[in-house]
Ligand binder design. Structure first.
Ligand code: XIL
Length: 319
């Protein structure tokens, strides 16, 4: 049977996965399956700030470069994730801000240098960058991160301008969770994106993570939400799709899960704006879900032995 990426080619969309670099190095089944099924890859962790600059001024690109090489060898595009986030920051940075040894002016310079250095390092090799990640709360107010506290809301426009200067061809994305449907948070993004674009700030994409759980119901208005960003002239993407469930697994839950994956894919394929559909890992063997959401799991397309679930078949049929 044709792998997902062959079907996605015909549908003119990239089908992607987050990649766990430890598994890619150690697990040949994982390596083979990642190459066979996907036309886009995202670093699950190794492009984040704490990974690339663990000590101030000391960069380590080795794992991220290995992913870019893997992608090139297998004809895959690379999504960059992520330049500016409140989480997985290096200790030297959070400590320096907390103890006052890094003031606001210095922090702005550090952010500028981080974005410039990382985007330039990968220049020409990344088709979409998640420039800012998770900057809004669910109620549509800006998240109270060190970035907002120290720099004020203009840090968002700055980040896009700096990223664009470093690689003018990469498509630059906002990215967040709980923004599948039309709600206070996705509306905050819609208004922010409209304002930024009116001011000429280079923001070209809206990334919807798509971390769902069957116990919460399927979000409404997903197609309408994509359509309003398309109306701004923007691309959209599903960037981190997984659908968790309260364990244990049973056939009914897996069937429901399949309809959720399919619902997001159909919304993507139904919108001219939607250019990529990425899952946050494709095997339960390496999924982040059980470690973070107690009692939940089975959130991906394949079980721990790489046996496909109904959700995998649902994506194949949908493509
Ligand atoms: C997660 C990774 O999957 C974990 O391995 C890591 O411990 C924490 O981060 N939103 C994001 C991703 O944008 O970067 C997160 O990835 C999942 C939620």
């Amino acid at each position: 049977p044709a792998p997902l990426r062959a079907l996605a080619d015909r549908a003119d969309v990239r089908i992607g996965t987050a990649v766990n670099m430890t598994a890619l190095a150690d697990d040949t089944t994982y390596r083979r399956t990642t190459a066979r099924e996907f036309s886009s890859v995202t670093a699950e962790n190794v492009m984040k700030w704490e990974s690339v600059e663990p000590q101030r001024g000391t960069y380590d690109w080795s794992k991220a470069d290995a992913l870019v090489r893997f992608a090139r060898d297998h004809g895959q595009a690379v999504r960059g994730h992520t330049l500016l986030w409140h989480s997985q920051l290096p200790g030297w940075l959070t400590t320096g801000v907390a103890d006052g040894s890094i003031d606001a002016a210095e922090l702005r310079g550090i952010l500028h240098d981080h974005i410039t250095t990382e985007v330039k390092h990968f220049k020409g090799k990344i088709y979409q960058w998640d420039v800012v990640n998770e900057v809004f709360n669910d109620d549509g107010t800006l998240r109270n991160s060190i970035w907002l506290q120290q720099l004020g809301p203009s840090y968002i426009a700055d980040a896009f301008r700096w990223a664009h200067a470093a690689d003018p061809k990469a498509k630059l994305f906002l990215n967040d969770y709980n923004v599948e449907g039309i709600n206070a948070k996705s509306t905050a993004y819609y208004e922010l994106a409209g304002r930024l674009r009116a001011e000429g700030v280079p923001v070209q994409g809206f990334g919807i993570q798509g971390h769902l759980g069957i116990q919460y119901g399927f979000p409404g208005d997903v197609s309408d939400n994509l359509a309003r960003f398309a109306g701004l002239g923007m691309q959209t993407a599903f960037t981190e799709v997984d659908v968790r469930m309260v364990l244990p697994v049973d056939a009914e839950k897996l069937a429901t899960q399949a309809t959720y994956f399919r619902g997001l894919l159909d919304a993507c394929l139904g919108s001219r704006s939607c250019t990529s559909f990425t899952v946050w890992g494709y095997t339960d063997k390496y999924s982040w879900v059980p470690g973070v959401f107690t009692g939940q799991g089975a959130a991906t397309l394949m079980d721990e032995d790489f046996v496909t679930k109904p959700a995998y078949g649902a994506l194949r049929e949908g493509l």
